[in-house]
Write a protein that binds this ligand. Sequence first.
Ligand code: COA
Length: 167
Amino acid sequence: MTEKKKYHIRPARLDDAMAIFDLIQSHQDDLIPRPLGDIISNIDRFIVCESENVIAGCAAWKIIPEIGNPSKASVEVQSVAVNKEFRRRGIGSKLVRNTIENVRRFDPFQAMVLTFAPEFFSGLGFVEVPKTSVMHKLYMGCINCTKHANPFTCPEIAMVYDLRAKQ
Ligand SMILES: CC(C)(COP(=O)(O)OP(=O)(O)OC[C@H]1O[C@@H](n2cnc3c(N)ncnc32)[C@H](O)[C@@H]1OP(=O)(O)O)[C@@H](O)C(=O)NCCC(=O)NCCS
């Protein structure tokens, strides 16, 4: 029988940065790598799941502006990772839901993600969209990608979650 571990989700602190770095680094096929300095500079946009002093998961967000239309800015959900030992216990879902709740105060138009895990995000209410509908993300992020030269041939799936839909 597997032992049931306790865990809780909280805002990240600077002393979590190394563990976040290692977690992202250990998912190179699924996540865009992030330098430690980038994680530290954006630590206020990370949340973590902690279990008995171990960082079991993390997630982050970033605002992606739409040119000339502040109210059409999206929030990109980034760097969602759960340590293999802790998977399929609802931690990933809690991290994404918590991130979405954290950003509602800005009243963004939508949350978006580029992902290799579409089943996970569709379970949370995200729907697939053509990459042409998230050109602002392609110009802000994908243009600097070191893994794929062209976002339209990159296998990641673009998905969005309508933050202004009636709940
Ligand atoms: C995707 C990921 C974050 C999910 O974390 P998790 O804590 O296991 O997710 P949850 O337990 O909340 O899963 C919720 C549901 O999502 C679906 N799901 C989760 N992982 C899945 C997978 N690998 N394949 C298909 N469906 C999956 C399932 O429906 C699951 O519900 P169930 O366990 O009742 O069947 C984790 O597998 C991971 O870190 N993957 C590598 C990094 C990555 O791909 N991140 C997302 C890119 S932005």
